[in-house]
Write a protein that binds this ligand. Structure first.
Ligand SMILES: [Zn+2]
Length: 122
């Protein structure tokens, strides 16, 4: 199994509904997002997927999150924009953008601080 990883960032505000604690109030984070894709096979060029293609898709997804109030986005209308749900959202978006055969988004980790991270395994 081959695994690629890209790391990206975005800054946004959120507010967690039904949450008793500091995250209930409006505030922001600088999220670090780690994205892993896997494949059992390589292309003829000996790669899983061109990093430029992968990063282009990741950039598109980040553009939809960066400097936004996440609660206002359609994706988080009915569920909290928690780091857990953000990780799942990024995984689902990337899965739908990545068309190369055999490639799977295997893990997305969303760091909301230096020491706190939520990971989603599709
Ligand atoms: Zn928060």
């Amino acid at each position: 199994m081959y695994e690629l990883k890209v790391i990206t960032n975005f800054s946004a505000a959120h507010q967690l509904r039904e949450f008793e604690g500091a995250c209930e109030d409006l505030h922001g984070h600088n999220w670090k997002v780690e994205i892993y894709v896997t494949s059992e096979t390589l292309t003829e060029a000996g790669i899983v997927v061109d990093f430029r293609v992968l990063k282009k898709h990741v950039k598109t997804i980040m553009a939809g999150l960066d400097h936004k109030f996440l609660n206002d986005l359609d994706a988080f209308k009915d569920e909290n924009p928690s780091s857990e749900n953000i990780a799942r959202y990024v995984a689902e978006q990337l899965s739908s953008l990545l068309k190369a055969p055999g490639i799977k988004v295997s893990r997305v980790a969303a760091w909301e601080s230096e020491t706190a991270c939520a990971t989603y395994y599709p």
